[in-house]
Design a protein around this ligand. Structure first.
Ligand SMILES: [Zn+2]
Ligand SMILES: [Zn+2]
Length: 143
């Protein structure tokens, strides 16, 4: 499956046939995306390929360590290397077409009152450890 930013400068490919997604309802994700929650995933290094535009990616970092990687031309969120881990973070909405399974809600305690949450999936008041999150998101069938 392929993904791209709004203007098409930044393009990437995931060598996967489906992707597991979390929705994070924290205030930082809400501000960053301008929507109720951010829809993200984590994939292994080896299934991720940059196709174009890697040099056109800007980075902004908050004091807390929260980072936002974006296309310098159109401002869309774009994938980024998961710091210190052999994974990439994927903004799921940038996928051109995808078979997506929602597996978790994060930061339900910060959820906007006007926001709807996908029910029937793992729900966390804040967030699980990175290890547990990766376990939920990364497809281990192909190991
Ligand atoms: Zn762009
Ligand atoms: Zn968040």
């Amino acid at each position: 499956m392929n993904g791209s930013c709004l203007c098409g400068d930044v393009r990437y490919e995931l060598k996967l046939d489906h992707i597991n997604m979390y929705q994070c309802h924290c205030e930082q994700c809400r501000k960053q995306t301008g929507t109720a929650s951010s829809c993200g995933s984590v994939v292994r290094d080896e299934v991720f390929v940059w196709l174009s535009g890697e040099g056109n990616i800007g980075v902004w970092e908050k004091d807390s360590g929260f980072t936002s990687h974006f296309c310098r031309s159109c401002g869309s969120s774009v994938p980024n290397k998961f710091r210190g881990y052999p994974y990439y973070w994927i903004p799921v909405g940038t996928l051109d077409s995808a078979n997506v399974v929602t597996v978790a809600n994060l930061y339900s305690c910060e959820k906007a009152r006007w926001s709807n949450v996908v029910s029937g999936v793992n729900s966390y008041e804040t967030k699980p450890s990175i290890k547990s999150l990766v376990k939920l998101l990364v497809d281990t069938d192909s190991e």
